[in-house]
Design a protein around this ligand. Structure first.
Ligand code: GLN
Length: 243
């Protein structure tokens, strides 16, 4: 078992307006509950983003801060280097958009993204996508049931070659481009429009993400917690699907 697991919350001051930095807390907690020692790093513009961590969590944000984050992450490309070394990465909303090939800046002009995901984000001329989002992962992620999140974005994301969707949208809009799908997956990098924080709402999804890097993980033995979470979770999904 690895001595210490390094978890990085990427630029939470720029990309944390929707509580997505909570994903780094959930990742750290679920590792600690399994007996791992965890080093949780909040990487900002001053500290820079390390490239030697095991897990990277990047969240959503407004158009200005997301462009600033994209410029910053293009210097020295710490995320690409970490992925090459086998790290896992979760990117939510603005985080997902800037890790694609292009996205829209605050001036409405397209900007270069980091190109980790094969996707392009365009500006939707219709209403903003705001509300509950339910995503069905099908059989792609063993052990992960239907997922819920909250979406709030103007961008629409077109998936290109090499990046498959995270799942089929059952309620809400998700990528809102072409077939009704949410997010993108390439290797150990996962993008989604689900805020929540998504790993707090969907712990099985968190565990799947952890297993991408660490291999098989024993379930967490707190049945009371798991059962009460599952009950709330299925009630929430049913409520959204019936609306
Ligand atoms: N600014 C982006 C958009 O509106 C992303 C928003 C978000 O991260 N919630 O599309």
């Amino acid at each position: 078992m690895k001595e210490k697991i390094k978890v990085v919350s990427v630029l939470p001051n720029l990309l944390g307006t929707y509580g997505d930095s909570g994903n780094a807390v959930i990742v750290s907690k679920r590792l600690a509950l399994r007996g791992f020692k965890v080093d949780l790093v909040h990487a900002d513009l001053r500290s820079g983003v390390p490239s030697d961590a095991d897990f990277y969590l990047i969240g959503g944000g407004e158009d200005g801060p997301q462009s600033r984050a994209a410029e910053f992450l293009a210097i020295d490309t710490p995320l690409e280097r970490a992925l090459d070394k086998g790290a896992g990465l979760l990117a939510v909303c603005a985080g997902f958009q800037i890790l694609g090939r292009s996205f829209i800046g605050p001036d409405m002009a397209p900007r270069n993204g980091l190109g980790i995901f094969g996707c392009r984000t365009h500006r939707f001329e219709g209403p903003r996508s705001v509300g509950e989002l339910v995503v069905d992962p099908g059989d792609a992620m063993p052990g992960v049931p239907m997922m819920t999140g909250y979406e709030n974005h103007q961008g629409i994301t077109e998936l290109l070659d090499g990046t498959r969707p995270l799942g089929i949208v059952r309620a809400g809009n998700g990528n809102n481009f072409g077939p009704q799908v949410d997010g993108g997956v390439i290797g150990r990098a996962i993008g989604t429009y689900m805020h929540g924080p998504v790993f707090a709402r969907n712990p099985k999804f968190c565990d799947y993400f952890l297993s991408l890097v660490l291999g098989h993980l024993d379930p967490i033995r707190d049945e009371g917690l798991e059962n009460s979470h599952n009950r709330l979770y299925f009630e929430r999904i049913n409520q959204v699907l019936m609306e």
